[in-house]
Design a protein around this ligand. Structure first.
Ligand SMILES: [Zn+2]
Length: 118
């Protein structure tokens, strides 16, 4: 149901140099919750073909709303360049990208003063 196309996104594929040197450890301990709280999209870049996928905050919430403590690093290890136009390889780099549309996570509004302490 969700529209996979986000024509307003400013997401661009990072420089090849950055992708080449990407290590999963760069992602640190960020979780789905971190991304939702900060309004980050998850940018998924295949390292074997030019494909870039953006999982926006609403998309992340739809897919992983029940698993907010899922670490982005663990998620990234399971990703592959699948779907239409994908090459099927599992070698992907992931980056946060500040989402371009106004969006506020409903759950953070409910827990307004709940600050991130990690
Ligand atoms: Zn690919």
């Amino acid at each position: 149901m969700a529209n996979p196309h986000y024509p307003t996104s400013t997401l661009e594929r990072p420089a090849e140099r950055l992708l080449k040197h990407f290590k999963i450890s760069q992602v640190g301990n960020d979780t789905i919750r971190t991304y939702l709280q900060r309004g980050f999209s998850l940018a998924i870049c295949c390292r074997d073909c030019p494909r870039v996928i953006e999982w926006t905050p609403p998309e992340l919430e739809r897919r992983f709303g029940a698993r907010l403590d899922l670490r982005i690093a663990d998620l990234a290890l399971r990703l592959s360049c699948s779907g239409e136009g994908g090459c099927g390889r599992r070698d992907v780099a992931v980056f946060p990208h500040l989402y371009d549309l106004p969006w506020r996570w409903a759950e953070s509004a409910q827990h307004g003063t709940d600050l991130d302490t990690d």
